[in-house]
Ligand binder design. Structure first.
Ligand SMILES: *[C@@H]1O[C@H](CO)[C@@H](O)[C@H](O)[C@H]1NC(C)=O
Ligand SMILES: *[C@@H]1O[C@H](CO)[C@@H](O)[C@H](O)[C@H]1NC(C)=O
Ligand SMILES: *[C@@H]1O[C@H](CO)[C@@H](O)[C@H](O)[C@H]1NC(C)=O
Ligand SMILES: *[C@@H]1O[C@H](CO)[C@@H](O)[C@H](O)[C@H]1NC(C)=O
Ligand SMILES: *[C@@H]1O[C@H](CO)[C@@H](O)[C@H](O)[C@H]1NC(C)=O
Ligand SMILES: *[C@@H]1O[C@H](CO)[C@@H](O)[C@H](O)[C@H]1NC(C)=O
Ligand SMILES: *[C@@H]1O[C@H](CO)[C@@H](O)[C@H](O)[C@H]1NC(C)=O
Ligand SMILES: *[C@@H]1O[C@H](CO)[C@@H](O)[C@H](O)[C@H]1NC(C)=O
Ligand SMILES: *[C@@H]1O[C@H](CO)[C@@H](O)[C@H](O)[C@H]1NC(C)=O
Length: 458
């Protein structure tokens, strides 16, 4: 019905407005594209065994316990995990098993492929990291459990991956300015892989980012839980970098930084039915740091609740970058007590020293916000802070309704072009519309069509 509504709207728009004004045509084409944009949802063909215990048929079980793992939470089980991995990876149709009810202490480790056939990594127990940053292997400074070069693999189970991050957080310069600013490990990394499913795991108390997907194609994540306190520094939930065709769904993320962050060279990213909070929201970026190029295209967030977060849906870029963010749709989002529900920040500066404004910037265009409602903690419920030299363009808002518990709300625009139709509260009038009339017509027609639809339903 939504699609029907928009198609009718576009038809009426063309009929009422003609096809002469080039800007109007562009806007209609862009709207059409954004409305019909869909990311690929090709089901990854993997045998979906619910658990290794039921119908194990043909699977070879490689249990870390058989390689001497103690699972007492204190003995160093790293070597057992490495040995079990080697066997599992070189055995077709094997299940790398971390059994339930036990705690395995494991150091930073690279679990590298390619492996033989489809591999199942069944985590039912708890894997914990050693908690002392001083003893961390300096050659693996940024990773803890690092999986790479896998082709068709399933990570699943009711288990927990626990980064024991407390001492890392205390050592962060974000917590104490006299600490040096250096990166900490990511708890779970899946790198340079394809055909990956991740299902049901809990990742918590990570040293820094909880779960990174880098240089991957075709990844589906569902029923995952991420959990860390809201004051744990830089503990992003799920971080996507240089990856394509990624779906994250039915997951609950609470952390000290972005629930999800999508950075450079990523496209076709779909997120649906998510809960985010606490945290910094769902972000594209940051992009363009140190004059780098950042490109992110085709991102859809559909159906999410963000609660007690500092941002809602955010795009953040540094001054001096290049590249672009293009083709993004945020829809059906409920905000509860969110500081900046809708925000584009092209002056992002997450650095101990102040950032200078520059002429170059990552270009932001064709961003749609549809059916976003709820409560904001700050008055600036909608904020578009775009680059002076590279303005944001084709920002579209429709059916946005944000309220502040006590007080009025407003939209802030700086160098931002676009338009709103349907209900948009606070109003999007500050957007530098390329065609004011289009906006007016869109609004009147939106009402008409809505009434029409109600008629036919009666
Ligand atoms: C695992 O295999 C790699 C590559 O064949 C080898 O270098 C390494 O020593 C093996 N590790 C263990 C613990 O067997
Ligand atoms: C794990 O890390 C500890 C602390 O750095 C170290 O003593 C131990 O040898 C490591 N274990 C393995 C198997 O590398
Ligand atoms: C910050 O770190 C310094 C140096 O490590 C330490 O002396 C100080 O007590 C720390 N401050 C807080 C508030 O933890
Ligand atoms: C962005 O991604 C491209 C393509 O993968 C890569 O070559 C480039 O190094 C990346 N840039 C940054 C800043 O990471
Ligand atoms: C980025 O480019 C600007 C302008 O050319 C230059 O002043 C600045 O030093 C560059 N920054 C970095 C980190 O390379
Ligand atoms: C709103 O969020 C803030 C920050 O997380 C929290 O301190 C406050 O209690 C929340 N307010 C309500 C009404 O839930
Ligand atoms: C708008 O979004 C809310 C929150 O996700 C959802 O419950 C509702 O069904 C959506 N409305 C429409 C018309 O899709
Ligand atoms: C950068 O530009 C923005 C927008 O024009 C302005 O508000 C801000 O003060 C500038 N920052 C610096 C450091 O010049
Ligand atoms: C806004 O639109 C007006 C009229 O088209 C134009 O003169 C002005 O430069 C635009 N401002 C920005 C910041 O894009």
């Amino acid at each position: 019905m939504d699609k029907f509504f928009l198609v009718s709207l576009l038809g009426l728009l063309i009929a009422a407005h003609g096809v002469t004004g080039t800007l109007t045509c562009d806007n209609i084409a862009m709207l059409d594209e954004l409305t019909n944009m869909d990311t690929e949802e090709n089901e990854i063909e993997l045998s979906d065994i619910p658990s290794w215990t039921s119908e194990r048929g043909g699977k070879v079980l490689v249990n870390v316990d058989s390689f001497g793992a103690a699972g007492d939470g204190e003995s160093d089980d790293t070597e057992s995990f490495r040995k079990a991995w080697n066997v599992s990876c070189s055995t077709p149709n094997s299940v790398f098993l971390v059994p339930q009810g036990r705690r395995y202490l494991v150091n930073a480790t690279k679990f590298a492929g390619p492996c033989k056939g489809t591999l199942i990594i069944q985590i039912d127990g708890t894997i914990i990291a050693p908690d002392e940053p001083k003893n961390w292997d300096s050659k693996l400074a940024r990773v803890w459990l690092d999986f790479s070069k896998l082709e068709k693999a399933v990570f699943q189970g009711a288990g927990v991956i626990d980064g024991s991050g407390k001492k890392w957080w205390d050592a962060s310069c974000k917590k104490n300015k006299s600490n040096p600013c250096k990166g900490a490990p990511t708890a779970l990394t899946i790198d340079s892989s394809s055909g990956i499913k991740v299902k049901g795991l809990t990742i918590q108390h990570s040293q820094q980012i909880h779960f990174t997907i880098s240089r991957c194609n075709s990844v589906r994540i569902y029923g995952v839980k991420v959990s860390s306190p809201d004051d744990s520094p830089n503990t992003d939930g799920i971080h996507i970098s240089e990856s394509t065709n990624v779906i994250i769904q039915d997951s609950k993320i609470g952390a000290g930084d972005d629930c999800i962050s999508i950075v450079n060279a990523s496209s076709n990213i779909k997120m649906k039915r998510l809960f985010c909070g606490p945290g910094h929201g769902i972000s594209i970026g940051s992009l363009g740091k140190d004059n780098s190029t950042g490109i992110v295209t085709k991102v859809i967030l559909d159906t999410a609740v963000l609660k007690d977060t500092t941002n809602g849906v955010r795009i953040k870029t540094w001054q001096g970058g290049s590249g672009y963010v293009r083709g993004v749709r945020f829809q059906n989002v409920k905000m509860e007590n969110v500081s900046n529900p809708i925000i584009i920040d092209q002056f992002y500066c997450d650095s101990p020293t102040a950032c200078q404004n520059q002429t170059s910037a990552v270009e932001i265009r064709e961003i749609m916000y549809q059916n976003i409602s709820g409560t904001t903690r700050s008055a600036k419920a909608i904020q578009f802070s775009c680059s002076d030299t590279v303005p944001c363009s084709s920002l579209v808002l429709s059916n946005v309704d944000l309220e502040k518990q006590d007080g009025t709300v407003e939209t802030y625009c700086h160098s931002a072009q676009g338009f709103g139709y349907g209900v948009v509260h606070p109003s999007a009038d500050c957007l530098n519309s390329s065609d004011k009339t289009l906006e007016d017509i869109a609004e009147s027609i939106a009402v008409e069509v809505e009434e029409d639809t109600r008629h036919t339903e009666l």
